[in-house]
Design a protein around this ligand. Structure first.
Ligand SMILES: [Zn+2]
Length: 237
């Protein structure tokens, strides 16, 4: 049992070191993920504005063509107006001319509306393009920062992983399972030393008789309050 406990202490030491290395990366991995999502949203918005601009410009060109055709028609009517022989014919062509002029006016209004929306959309496009550049810059900074930390910690991580594999092979799987269960439930800390006659995890007092038993290392003791595995480590006293 003494060996199992010593291995578990060692395992906890390795895992704590590993957790501390991860902590050095801080919120960077999350920040990177969030920034990427943000970037994607902005890029989609940019595409939307670009498509809208294309569609507005295409409509506007269509209106312009319709106006050109309308003006030609108008000229034909006006020429005809000089050749009419009766009042009835004159009235009929005059009506055609008015209708055509109204149509052209309507098309001009549509062009103005389109130009207005194109200006607004162009403004939005410029804004989102600037935002994208800003986000991309931020993302590059985060990624560079993380890369530097990872380069620094990579060697230690590899060493710890190797040490962990070795120690895990030495421990009966059911103790590993118990250890992992407690570690998951208790914020990464499954094996704790006794400090000042108390549990090193939850700080609740431990009866002197139990401390003596724990020091003997004849069996595995867990804290009655937090359920962590209690051990005696000389350096902690
Ligand atoms: Zn405890």
């Amino acid at each position: 049992m003494e060996n199992i406990l010593k291995h578990l202490i060692e395992l906890q030491r390795i895992d704590t070191q590993f957790d501390e290395l991860q902590l050095q990366k801080g919120d960077l991995p999350i920040a990177i993920e969030e920034t990427r999502i943000q970037l994607k949203e902005k890029q989609e918005r940019k595409e939307h504005y670009e498509e809208r601009l294309e569609s507005l410009a295409a409509d506007r060109r269509m209106f312009e063509n319709e106006i050109a055709a309308g003006k030609e028609k108008l000229k034909e009517y006006e020429d005809k107006l000089y050749q009419v022989k009766t009042n009835r014919e004159y009235d009929a062509i005059s009506l055609e001319i008015d209708t055509k002029k109204n149509e052209i006016e309507e098309l001009k209004k549509k062009i103005d509306q389109s130009l207005e929306e194109e200006t607004e959309t162009l403004q939005l496009l410029e804004e989102v393009t600037a935002e994208i550049a800003e986000i991309e810059k931020q993302l590059a900074e985060y990624e560079q920062e993380l890369k530097e930390i990872e380069e620094q910690t990579k060697e230690q991580e590899t060493r710890l992983k190797h040490e962990r594999e070795k120690i895990v092979r030495e421990i009966d799987p059911r103790y590993i399972r118990q250890y992992e269960r407690i570690r998951q439930a208790k914020n990464g800390l499954a094996v704790v030393p006794i400090r000042r006659n108390s549990c090193g995890g939850c700080f609740s007092a431990i009866p002197p008789q139990k401390i003596i038993e724990i020091r003997e290392m004849h069996r595995l003791y867990t804290c009655e309050h937090c359920g962590r595995i209690l051990v005696w480590i000389d350096e902690e006293h």
